[in-house]
Design a protein around this ligand. Structure first.
Ligand code: AMP
Ligand code: GLY
Length: 419
């Protein structure tokens, strides 16, 4: 009897010409997009840079355009597609997770245009934590033991009966805030109630995962994946708590540094083999080709590295220190990722360490004020090893740089050692 065929990697789409300038459209408004744009601008073949919507920093690198994409619908995708045609865009880079999970990469695929970021079926690794858990179990990827619930009563009963601490997670996208680390059954029950009954994160909490609470150092292992080849980037560590000394509520990320000594080379290779390769292979067995950034959020436990989550994009703020240290041509790296040619390009790093510290608006991650003037960036950047990436900033009607979001700036500096 014929054996069932293993699905193969889908052929890489034909991107822009291999010579001549490439115009780029970057989707997103954060520090991550400013950092990617800054690095792309240094690329040999970088043509004109367009940012949708960009921020106060990106406008110095190119043009900011108002192309709505939240949430992505057919009209939005068509408008972006038209914009790309009108402006000869050869590469679209999709920064945030929401448009990826909504299928923007699928919809923007066109001859002569590379789209950096996975298709929706692959971005599901980030957008549906319950599905990702299933995939991890099936592929023997080390992760915390967990149980998934689609109804509140059994979830509440399970949470109440736990004798060791658990973490309660909304399965859907919640801007990094749908994870509740609890200390007691009472807290776990309250977390389930918040997510499932009160719908604190809307539909994202329709399905909830309750998993064992692990302990250990956390590390972000990001890799470029071209469908076939995996190139692991230098490991980074981000810090999520808003306050000094890791106190206060979790945020999207208050700072990051790279490389991090918390993970050694051997453990990094274990993560590559047992987490990244297995995830990409499991997707492929399901007929899905992953192209873009695969980001494994790892915890280094006494029982070995365990996967907390997958993201299917560059991290924010990890990207800011990563871009500061990346040597070589980001445009060619991205085109090689889209084109299935990652084995042909160099990936080198500045040996120095980079630390990025996020400056946020008072009150963040709760309510915060907008419109406050920002100063001092030029002074900081007089040091050639310092770069200030913008996130929630804009130019107001008087031409002043003002705050426009919770995370405002990410101040990055390179030095010989971490201290
Ligand atoms: P996630 O978005 O799933 O990475 O979760 C956000 C944060 O919650 C992580 O960075 C960890 O600090 C924490 N976390 C998630 N899962 C666990 C777990 N199983 N044990 C302990 N902490 C966790
Ligand atoms: N820094 C964490 C994230 O980008 O999800």
């Amino acid at each position: 009897m014929a054996r069932p065929r293993t699905p193969r990697t889908a052929p890489a789409p034909e991107g822009p010409a291999r010579t001549g300038p490439v115009n780029v459209l970057l989707i997103g408004a954060g520090g991550r997009e400013h950092a990617i744009g800054w690095k792309l601008k240094q690329a040999k073949r970088c043509g004109k840079l367009h940012f949708a919507p960009g921020n106060g920093g990106t406008r110095e690198l190119g043009v900011n355009v108002d192309l709505p994409f939240e949430p992505v619908n057919t009209k939005h995708a068509d408008a972006i597609d038209h914009y790309c045609r009108d402006h000869g865009i050869g590469l679209v880079v999709i920064g945030p997770e929401d448009p990826l999970c909504a299928g923007l990469a699928d919809r923007l695929a066109a001859p002569g245009r590379a789209v950096f970021g996975p298709v929706a079926e692959a971005a599901r690794l980030e957008g549906d934590k319950a599905w990702a858990k299933e995939l991890m179990r099936g592929a023997l990827i080390p992760t915390a033991d967990s149980k998934t619930f689609t109804r509140a009563e059994p979830a509440l009963a399970w949470a109440e009966a736990r004798e060791t601490p658990v973490v309660v997670k909304a399965a859907g996208l919640a801007r990094g805030k749908g994870v509740m680390v609890t200390d007691s059954p009472e807290e776990a029950v309250a977390a389930v109630d918040q997510l499932m009954n009160r719908r604190a994160f809307g539909e994202a909490g329709e399905t909830v995962i309750i998993e064992e609470r692990l302990s250990g150092q956390e590390v972000s292992v990001l890799a470029l994946v071209d469908g076939q080849n995996i190139r692991v980037l230098d490991p980074a560590q981000d810090h999520k708590a808003v306050g000094e000394g890791d106190t206060g509520p979790n945020t999207g990320g208050m700072g990051a540094y790279c490389p991090t000594p918390v993970i050694d080379e051997k453990t990094l290779r274990t993560v590559e083999r047992e987490v990244l390769v297995r995830a990409v292979d499991a997707l492929r067995r399901g007929g899905v080709t992953f192209r873009g950034v695969l980001y494994a959020g790892m915890m280094l436990t006494a029982g070995g590295p365990k996967t907390l989550e997958f993201n299917t994009r560059f991290g924010d703020p990890e990207t800011q220190p990563l871009m500061m240290r990346l040597k070589g041509d980001l445009l060619e790296l991205m085109l090689a990722t889209c084109g299935g040619r990652l084995d042909e390009v160099d990936l080198d790093w500045d040996p120095r360490v980079c630390v990025g510290v996020v400056v946020c608006a008072g009150g963040y991650p709760g309510d915060y004020r907008k419109g406050d003037p920002i100063g001092g960036i030029d002074d900081a950047e007089e040091d050639p090893d310092v770069k200030v990436f913008h996130a929630g900033t804009k130019i107001d009607r008087d031409g002043l740089l003002v705050t426009a979001g919770g995370r405002v700036l990410c101040v990055c500096a390179l030095a010989g050692d971490l201290k």
